[in-house]
Design a protein around this ligand. Sequence first.
Ligand code: PAP
Length: 306
Amino acid sequence: MEEMFNTLPKHSCTWLKGNSTWYKYQNFWTLQRFHLGAILAQQNLKAQPSDILVCSYPKTGTTWLKALSFAIVTRQKFDKSANPLLTTFPHDCMPFLETDLDLIEENRNKSPLISTHLPYQSLPESTISSNCKIVYIYRNVKDVIVSQFHFLRGIHKLPMDDSSFEEAFDDFCQGISGYGPYWEHILGYWNASLERPGKILFLKYEDLKRDPTSNLIKLAEFLGSPFSDGEVKDGVVENIIKLCSFENLSNLDVNKNGLHNNLIEKQIFFRKAKDGDWKNYFTDEMKEKIDNLVDEKLKGTNLVLK
Ligand code: PAP
């Protein structure tokens, strides 16, 4: 493996002061350890038809989608005051394919959810042959760039200066970003959703914000745990929305303190959660460049990333 990685295209981000080296393998960029985790999963995962994959490109709403999906599929097991999300970091509510392969089997007793940032083309073959359902979240590209910049600079305790943001932007436009290019990631899932109708649900971060109720009802139906009329009347949908809201999750002790995987401060996963924060960072030229780029890349889909 060491030898193989030595032969791959690699990129050390100047805007991360050399703290992070991404490798391009299987047509996407990420850290060596996630590539290795992906290879292990591809070779060893024995997916079950009942497994459900929670898939996303980083910084598109993963934490939120994990919390919502977990709350939906486990809602019969806990009453409101004892929900695990009150005491568990949302990322710890389900195994992450690239790092938690050994937890997947045991976790099936708790929920069918498995999360991953892998592009569709790199999902383990057994998830495709088992016809596993996939829920995919995406978000407008400019907020993703800003969110990724803050997250990665934050991890390495670097300040948020303008010149570094420009470097991060340039890398992103060249497709060099964690699990990037972003547009290839989206297109992979989008094309698969056309080939496998009913098996891949697309959700958009901004839609979830604008209309959480109908999106949650759609998500629950897709996950095979639809809300009954009685539940809707009793406010179960609204309770899940409140439980998983940015305001609630970001203020819980479990999410404010401590490290995720002994590495990353959990609070970094909760920043502003705003639609349109990019306006504070982008020049007109940058906006035009990325808008044109994604228009071009996503031509022919009805996906709007602007
Ligand atoms: P990940 O891929 O590393 O897990 P992810 O959760 O996808 O990150 O993205 C984090 C973004 O979601 C942050 O956006 P921001 O940087 O623009 O603020 C974070 O604030 C936002 N976020 C986290 N939790 C929630 C939530 N419960 N509701 C809405 N947005 C959220």
